[in-house]
Ligand binder design. Structure first.
Ligand SMILES: [Zn+2]
Length: 452
């Protein structure tokens, strides 16, 4: 009898559908170190948090900001039939002032070898942000004359750079001698201007965008400040057209610099034959953000990406997908797929979320990110087209150092379609028609860009 009762209770409990659901914070008794946080979730009936009414969107989603005091914060969340008690702990204040690190010069220079592919060589000893000089391949040789704050200082000739100690190993070989540059070849093809520099060893380089493009090869013998400089006059060479993409890489000891030539587009079908890489953000174990109604960013991005694929193919573009299913290629694999296929544009699709301390009700809309100036005009046209067609808030074009937008070979942008944790944006994102319109507006933006 006892067993039967237990079974009956289990069956009854199993059938209860909860009146409300909390999606964020992910669990009770969470530690959050911010002045405020938010409850994200859904409810079918009116809801109160600590006695205050929570506005609920017609879709059922809600986002409710709560302030946090130090120590334990208790929140009572209740509907007519149900009540949950939620505790959030804000840790005691700690002095987070980091000790200031001094530069430590070395008596003897250290020779280093890069041991992580794509390691950023930085202009400041800071991990992150827009301070990248170049990305170096594995086994790239460098010389350091001192260290600061977890970084080796790298001698480049005219200037200095910094590299994370975690990304290099000390080598017994001597790389201090400058390289010899024996000249270069210029190759003119239909698609590219190509320069091949003949060096006797690999040395760091930097390509910067200003009025034109400038290549600097550092640590080169018989050059002022050991720096070889070549300017590429973009305006004249491209006959006034916009710069689309360029690359710099080593093939053995030859440094190859390629600049893509302007693309002559068909005025009636501006996307005809244009190679466009679409990157659906996240995937597999990495769900990305989770919305009020538990929809996952990885599914929303893939849905928009597939609609965009169809839309672009209809307009004659050649489409490359960084993922087609529920898998999670790493960020460099996503960029590599685009570059290996010679993509002219790389579009990464995401849906936005916010950290603790922000207000999900006050942040909404579409934003587009770029890193290199060459991609800024495309970012602007796409944002303008998306917000005017989708009637989403204009959440700005921004420069950011995301791995997928740091690709120079294609015009690379990242689109935050809308905010998954804003109840009103969330209701749009979970609507299939909205995702279709999203894809159409991106394609229209691309068409406008290539028409000019
Ligand atoms: Zn994302």
């Amino acid at each position: 009898m006892k067993k039967f009762l237990l079974l009956l209770t289990a069956i009854l409990l199993g059938n209860i559908t909860f009146a409300f659901e909390i999606v964020y914070p992910k669990q009770n008794n969470t530690i959050i170190n911010a002045p405020s946080t938010f409850f994200i979730g859904s409810s079918k009936t009116p809801l109160k948090i600590n006695g205050n009414n929570v506005p609920i969107h017609p879709s059922g989603g809600f986002a409710y900001v709560v302030n946090l005091k130090q120590g334990k914060n208790t929140f009572i969340i209740e509907s007519e039939k149900e009540k949950q008690v939620f505790n959030i702990v804000k840790p005691q204040y700690k002095n987070t002032c980091t000790p200031s690190f001094e530069f430590i010069p070395y008596k003897n220079k250290k020779n280093l070898l890069v041991n992580i592919e794509n390691t950023p060589l930085r202009s400041t000893p800071v991990d992150g942000g827009i301070n990248r000089i170049a990305h170096l391949p594995e086994n790239f040789p460098l010389t350091s004359d001192g260290e600061k704050q977890g970084f080796y200082r790298i001698i480049l000739g005219e200037k200095i750079g910094w590299i994370s100690k975690n990304a290099v190993k000390i080598s017994s070989e001597d790389y201090t001698l400058p390289a010899e540059l024996k000249g270069y070849d210029y190759i003119d093809s239909d698609e590219y201007f190509t320069f091949v520099f003949h060096l006797n060893k690999q040395v760091p380089y930097e390509i910067t965008e200003g009025e034109g493009l400038q290549l600097k090869i550092y640590n080169v013998k018989d050059r002022p400040e050991n720096t070889y400089i070549m300017d590429f006059p973009v305006k004249d060479a491209l006959s006034g057209r916009k710069l689309i993409g360029y690359s710099g890489k080593y093939d053995g000891n030859n440094f190859i610099w390629q600049i893509r030539k302007p693309i002559i587009t068909n005025k009636q079908k501006p996307l005809k034959g244009i190679k466009i890489a679409i990157d659906a953000g996240h995937g597999g174990n990495e769900t990305g953000a989770v919305g009020c109604l538990r929809d996952k960013e990885k599914d929303i991005t893939l849905s928009v990406a597939k609609y965009l694929e169809t839309e672009l193919k209809k307009r004659g573009a050649e489409v490359i997908m960084s993922r087609k299913g529920d898998v999670n290629p790493n960020l460099y694999e996503r960029v590599k797929t685009a570059n290996d296929n010679n993509a002219v544009v790389l579009i990464s699709i995401h849906a936005n979320a916010l950290p603790d301390g922000c207000d999900p009700n006050k942040n909404s809309g579409t934003s587009v990110y770029y890193y290199y100036n060459q991609a800024k005009p495309l970012a602007e046209i796409i944002l303008q087209t998306m917000t005017s067609q989708l009637h989403t808030n204009n959440d700005k074009v921004r420069q950011a150092s995301f791995a997928v937008v740091r690709n120079t070979e294609a015009l690379s942008i990242l689109i935050e379609t809308a905010y998954l944790i804003n109840p009103s944006d969330n209701a749009k994102l979970i609507n299939d028609e909205f995702r279709k319109s999203c894809a159409k507006s991106i394609a229209d933006g691309l068409e406008k860009y290539f028409k000019n």
